[in-house]
Design a protein around this ligand. Structure first.
Ligand code: KIV
Length: 297
């Protein structure tokens, strides 16, 4: 979407909500300025500063270790790039579980850092938290299915909603979240039939990850999509590049060049000017390189 002066219009939560059933929405995670520039230049609709940060950037084994301040630090880095895409800040575990007051304060911290919306995990038991955030005029994205912040309660990272009862719970939770006023909903690791039932049952966009193609949009984690890591990936990830392999190769080439003495070259070096004392000419420029002269310390 462009403004009358030809500039791209910033994407907002209401504009995402209004795109239900239209061209599929695209969301990709980003956690810092370079990754935000990459995904925004590529044309995503939403940048999720996800709490997957804990695992793919900070090296933790699960998402439970990050705090609101950690999230705000990374939301701010993404926001400094002034992306066209909507920035969605993920509320971390325990930031919306204790009280309405704390919930609102934490959501506001992410908005002050630059998020245009926040995301939180869980169904009907989170309605109070969702209501409190919406009352503070902050758009909320829901997250159902596999909710990684519940890893201990669920007993691992497993596909959710495979049985009829569990599928019904997800659909009912989705209806409740949509009715509460969420502008969109992430559906993670559910069978495609469940994703389809949810997508048909609610009037807000569903954004799938491991939820098949019957969603209103798709989201992937930046590091998975680009192959920035070579850990074993879930089956729903399509890897579009091998950046880890390419990066390792590039750094190995740098190691070789330094050890072989071929880096830096004369062109990659600053040389002294003609005004320097004549005895220093000896130590400067291509001649010095050719003679491999050591500059006195
Ligand atoms: O934190 C995250 O990256 C997420 C996505 C998997 C949806 O919540």
């Amino acid at each position: 979407m462009t403004t009358p002066t030809g500039q791209r219009r910033a994407i907002t939560a209401p504009s995402i909500r209004a795109r239900k059933g239209q061209e599929p929405l695209v969301m990709v995670t980003a956690y810092d300025a370079p990754s935000a520039r990459v995904v925004d230049d590529a044309g995503v609709d939403m940048i999720l500063v996800g709490d997957s940060l804990a695992m793919v950037v900070l090296g933790y084994d699960n998402t439970l270790q990050v705090t609101t301040d950690d999230m705000a630090h990374h939301v701010a880095a993404v926001a400094r790039t002034k992306p066209h895409a909507l920035i969605v800040g993920d509320l971390p575990w325990m930031s919306y579980h204790v009280s309405r007051e704390e919930t609102v304060r934490n959501a506001a911290t992410l908005v002050r850092a630059g998020a245009g919306a926040v995301k939180l995990e869980g169904g009907r038991k989170r309605l109070d938290a969702i209501g409190a955030i919406l009352d503070s005029e902050i758009p909320v994205m829901g997250h159902l299915g596999l909710t990684p912040q519940s890893v201990h309660a669920i007993g691992g990272y497993k596909v959710q909603g495979k049985q009829l009862d569990a599928a019904r719970t997800i659909v009912d939770d989705a209806i409740a979240l949509a009715e509460a006023g969420c502008f969109a909903l992430v559906l993670e690791c559910v069978p495609d039939g469940v994703a389809r039932m949810v997508t048909d049952a609610i009037d807000i966009p569903t954004i799938g990850i491991g939820a098949g193609r019957h969603c209103d949009g798709q989201v992937l984690v930046y590091h998975d999509l680009l192959g920035l890591e070579d850990r074993k990936l879930p089956r729903f990830v399509r890897r579009y590049a091998d950046i880890k392999g390419e990066s390792t190769m590039a750094v190995a080439m740098f190691c070789d060049d330094v050890r072989a003495g071929s880096f830096p070259s004369s062109e990659e070096t600053y040389h002294m000017t003609d005004q320097m004392p004549s005895e220093l000419h000896l130590y400067s420029g291509d001649d010095a390189y050719a003679r491999n002269i050591e500059v006195p310390g």
